[in-house]
Design a protein around this ligand. Sequence first.
Ligand code: SAM
Ligand code: SF4
Length: 471
Amino acid sequence: MPKQLYIETVGCQMNMLDSELVVASLRKAGYVVVDTPAQADTILFNTCSVRQHAEDKIYSALGRLKHAKKHNPDKIIGVLGCMAQKDQKLIFERAPFVDLIVGPGQLHQIPDLIEKIHAGEGRQMEVSLDRKAGSRELVEQSFESYDPLRDPQMRPTPFQAFVRIMIGCDKFCTYCIVPSVRGPEQSRPAAHILAEARQLADEGCREITLLGQTVNSYQHTADGQTTRLSDLLAELHEIEGLARLKFVTNYPKDMTDDLLWAVRDLPKVSPYLHVPAQSGSNRMLGRMKRGYTVEEYREMLVRIRETIPGSAVTSDFIVGFCGETEEDFHETVELVRESRFKNSFIFKYSERPGTKSFQLYPDDVPEEVKRRRNNELLAVQNAISEEDNLPLLGQTVEVLVEGPSKVAQRNDDGASNLQLVGRTHCDRIVVFDGNRRQVGQLLDVAIYDVDDFTLFGSVVTQHVGPEVYSL
Ligand code: SAM
Ligand code: SF4
């Protein structure tokens, strides 16, 4: 009987990639993936610590498993990723029936740790060193980059893949838990990344998204030669079979001209840049220790738009950060109004124990004010997103077809014609009617309607006339 694995993932693309790799390693060890915790004999949660809400959801999900574990003590329950690194033994205290706690730096050990539990060695915990627990070198070594050989079957789609180019973060924005739970910033050797990308292309992958917390800070030196993100993109661009290259997330201060020139000059690189601003108030940016002013952020946007006309820029914002006044908030609204981001992710500040802002400033903006500011900023952004999509009406865009739309997935009756979803080179979402065999292809789609989030279109078919025979 194969062993049954259920895995639930919350958080960012880095977590999605980690889960993919964990599942691949467990499949090699004889597991099959099932859809519900009830069917599974191993249940894993890959977790996020960026906001309190994400952690609360995991603790409630764990709470719901208490009885299942009581009735079936052989069921293995594991907590992986950022929350495992942050809370460590506390998870065993809050949920004593958990068997396994594994930080983001130890994911490669999971099959062995599960074996140990089966062998009666008791519950297992493997996490990295705390950032202050030793020399930088020691702490770095305790966070291992986990990038084993890829299993094409495990990717959400066989023609798209995430590739990690760095782990960790050294920016220490005062609100953020990531530098503690993901460890010091370390760039992977360019040769490893290129080998992984070549393998993916050989397996039919068409689009690669490079991942890093501050992906544009990437820098790796080997044999006296330093590779920056722009150099890496140029090398990846040469790989046959790849059609699109993307990278997230960018740090505003590291948005150098050589990178912008690479995006401008390399046609496979998407003219799409996610560069979070976080706030439009210099007072808040100072408290967040983001390392730039609003003026510098604006100057960077001008450079992006002058160098890559037509590029799509997206951003993240935190509203209700410690001490944020109505005036600070209106400066953020102003920045969103004038910057014309394709879209923005807006978050209410969530206090994180272990961060500098938790130590230094009270979380003094009331929840209802945070909520109101969130809604207000979102409304401004959504109106801009819709306005910016309008000029695409009547245009033809090139779409990489990702698969059935959510509606088609819900009503899937196996028919070959169905509603599909894909993305433009600028990362705009396009919904259109098509055929299952078009998934993974690059298609021209004519746009007939838009809203703030989606373009609606129909596939442009090449007219092939009847063959004419002379009688
Ligand atoms: N490394 C990326 C960066 O620098 O933008 C993303 C890191 S974080 C996972 C993604 C977003 O979560 C951040 O851009 C920020 O807007 C938000 N975030 C991080 N810490 C937060 C907190 N304590 N409360 C609310 N939002 C937070
Ligand atoms: Fe967190 Fe700032 Fe690092 Fe992004 S750059 S992961 S927000 S500390």
